[in-house]
Design a protein around this ligand. Structure first.
Ligand SMILES: [Zn+2]
Length: 70
């Protein structure tokens, strides 16, 4: 099933990244789209992955897999 959409409720775009919160380290990790849905992961489109901001006191960690060729 490749029909993955951004998990933002108002967004209909195709998901290209998966956001995972690592609570132990207060990190929001944005990486490539996970092969399967995780209960702790949020699928995001390129736009929302790019504009993601972490909650206060959290760090955003981005893997270098997004935005190539754009
Ligand atoms: Zn989106």
């Amino acid at each position: 099933m490749l029909d993955r959409q951004c998990s933002k409720s108002t967004c209909q775009r195709e998901a290209v990244a998966t956001l995972t919160y690592v609570y132990a380290d207060s990190m929001a990790v944005v990486g490539p789209l996970a092969p399967e849905r995780s209960p702790h992961g949020f699928d995001l489109c390129a736009d929302h992955a790019d504009r993601l901001s972490a909650p206060q006191g959290w760090r955003v960690v981005r893997h270098q897999t997004l935005g190539t060729g754009r």
